[in-house]
Every structure is written in C-alpha cells, then in structure tokens.
Design a protein around this ligand. Structure first.
Ligand code: ZN
Length: 364
C-alpha cells in the first residue's frame, strides 16, 4: 500500500523549554551531562508525538539530539580543535567563531546511530535522518591542514558515508544531507560539491535526499534574501547537474519563496520535498494556502514524486506555532489528495515502512 503525497518535515522542531532555551538557535543544553542523553531521548519522543499526532507520514527526530546541524557532527570527529577557534564568514553572510582543522579528520565512533535506533523502536512510520552535507561542513570551520576545500569535502564525504551506512543498518529509510551552501558556491557545487555528496551516499540502498535552502529565518539570512532581487534563480545554475546525480530526493522552499516554481522542471524525475510551510514567519498557513503551493508544484512534479514538506527547520519557532504549522501542512495535503483521487476516501491510504514512494496508487 502506498501513501499519496506523503508529508514530512525538512528538519528540526522546537526543543522543550527544559532541554534548551526556546526560540533560540544553537542554544546550549540546560541539563547536566549525567541526564542529558535521557533528556534528549525524552525530547525526541515529544517531537515524534507532535509529528504523528499531526498526521505527518515520514517522521524524524526533530533534531532534538543536536545543538547545531553541522557542529554537533563535527564535534565528534578527530582532527578538529574546538578550543582554538577562528572567525570566518559563513556563506559570505555572517561571521562566526568556528573550530579549526588541525590534522587528518576521522570518525572514531558513530555519532547519531544510537539516537536513530531509539527513534526506529518508537514508530512504524518511515523515518528520515538528517546529516550535514560535505560542502556545508567545510563552510562551517577553518581549515589549517588540508588547505583545499575540495580535498576536505572529500574526506568529510567518506566519513559521512560511514555514518550513513550505519544509519541505514539502524533502519533509517531516508538519509538527508543538508546543503544550504549549494546556493552560494555554484561553481564549486558543479565542479566537486555534487560529486562529494554522491560519495557520501555511495553504496546506500535506502533513499537519499538533499535539502538545499536559503536558511533559517534569522536576521543575517533575511537581510541577505532582501539583496537577491525579486526572483531567486540561483538554483538554475545547479539543478541540471543535480538532476543528473544519483540523489533520489531534493528538498527546497516554495511557499513565500522567490524561487520561481518553474525551476522544478530542471529536476524532472527526482522526488521533490516541496516546502509549503514558511519557517521564517509566525503566521500559520491556512490549509488552502498549503494546497495552493502543492497545486502549483504539481504543474512541474508528478504526484507520485511529491512530498509536502516545510521550507526548512522549525527550531526557532514557539512550539504551539510549529505544531499548528504541522497541522496546516497535513490539512492542506489532504485537500490536494482528495482532488487527485476524485474525492475517494484517502483515509484508506496508510503509511507503512518501505512505502515512502507512492509510485502506484492503490487503495484498500
Ligand atoms: Zn534549510
């Protein structure tokens, strides 16, 4: 049995107030080390419940186990000095103090695999797990060893591939790589960025996704977006090569975005996670607004390849707003499902593991 338009989220959900400062990105943990792991798992359960309660089909951990989508992974690697920090410009947009690569990078032990196993035990829904992409990783640190962005990206790709294979073995159905750097360094993306991403997914049998985006709704990003003009055509430069790549799913923002929707025709054949929820606004989308975004995307994406989704992570939002946005996403999707099936009762569709792809519509 397949799910028509299976819903999902791009990444994070807000953390509970007892775990980290709310409405704050990258907030430090509030719990002491001896109970932190238990606290993170409790938060994962809360986040999973919010998704399942809303009716989200492909669920994730809501990134409750990480403080930052890139550095939490890097912190677990050898070869990185977190004490000796340097200030660098992130994606040419804002300065940040970042760790320094001081020697060969390697992964001694799995980073998220135990968390993924925990999530797998809690749900029968298909699960998705997010990792940082190689290009975004190198953009979030200072390299004092390899002295080549490409060489370092390649090393990270090999490490990510080790982690991804263990996540797959833990029962993860979709492994997503977050690559916001993909809309900044176009030449590098085409020269080696997509190749590095493919290296990170080498040998995987589960589905693979790449999340590209214009960033969270923080000031540095919204200011940058204002400078981009009325149409964001950046993806035009990278979609042709991404379309040729082995990556199965592409996640991008559509609602309240200036990315011209017709650019989706450049990635024909890929499954698309269509962002129908704006994460930079506290305004709750109406189901009709969500439906309108999905209908627009359906002009360029086959129904059996469309995954209704959020534009990006919702970590900085208040919990009540994030939950309401999840419900809007599901309600809007339901409207379009009914239109596509001619009003047949879509509750007859169920989601089970291994049925994330909705290639054929079958109804019980
Ligand atoms: Zn994003």
């Amino acid at each position: 049995m397949k799910t028509l338009l299976p819903t999902s989220i791009a990444g994070s959900l807000p953390k509970p107030a007892w775990l980290a400062q709310t409405e704050t990105l990258w907030s430090p943990w509030k719990l002491p080390d001896d109970i932190l792991q238990e606290g993170k798992h409790d938060a994962l359960l809360v986040s999973l419940h919010a998704q399942e309660h809303a009716g989200i089909n492909i669920v994730c951990d809501g990134e409750q186990s990480r403080q930052h989508f890139v550095t939490t992974f890097i912190e677990n690697l050898r070869g990185v000095d977190f004490e000796k920090r340097k200030t660098v410009r992130i994606r040419n947009r804002y300065d940040a103090d970042v760790p320094v690569i001081v020697s060969e990078v390697s992964r001694d032990k799995p980073v998220f695999v135990e968390d993924a196993k925990f999530l797998r035990k809690q749900t029968k829904q298909p699960i998705k797990w997010a990792l940082p992409g190689p290009m975004t990783m190198i953009d979030t640190l200072y390299d004092d060893y390899y002295k080549s962005r490409e060489a370092l990206a390649w090393e990270f790709a090999k490490i990510l591939n080790e982690e991804a294979k263990e996540l797959e073995a833990a029962g993860v159905d979709i492994i997503q790589f977050d690559e916001p750097a993909f809309n900044v360094f176009f030449d590098d993306v085409n020269d080696w960025g997509i190749a590095a991403l493919e290296r990170a997914t080498q040998g995987l049998k589960c589905e693979t996704a790449v999340h590209i985006c214009y960033g969270y709704g923080i000031k540095a990003n919204t200011d940058w977006k204002k400078s981009l003009g009325s149409e964001w055509r950046q993806y035009e430069a990278i979609f042709p090569k991404l379309q040729q790549s082995s990556i199965d799913i592409i996640s991008l923002e559509c609602h309240n975005s200036r990315v011209p929707i017709e650019l989706l025709s450049l990635i024909k054949g890929k499954k698309i996670m269509v962002g129908a929820i704006d994460v930079a606004s506290h305004e709750i989308e109406t189901p009709q607004e969500v439906a309108a975004t999905l209908r627009n995307a359906l002009k360029y994406v086959d129904a059996n390849k469309l995954i209704p989704c959020t534009n990006c992570g919702m970590a900085p939002l208040p919990r009540s707003i994030a939950s309401a946005k999840l419900e809007a996403l599901v309600a809007g999707t339901e409207i379009v499902r009914k239109e596509l099936t001619g009003g047949l009762n879509t509750e007859a569709y169920t989601t089970q593991r291994g049925t994330t792809d909705s290639e054929s519509l079958s109804i019980t």
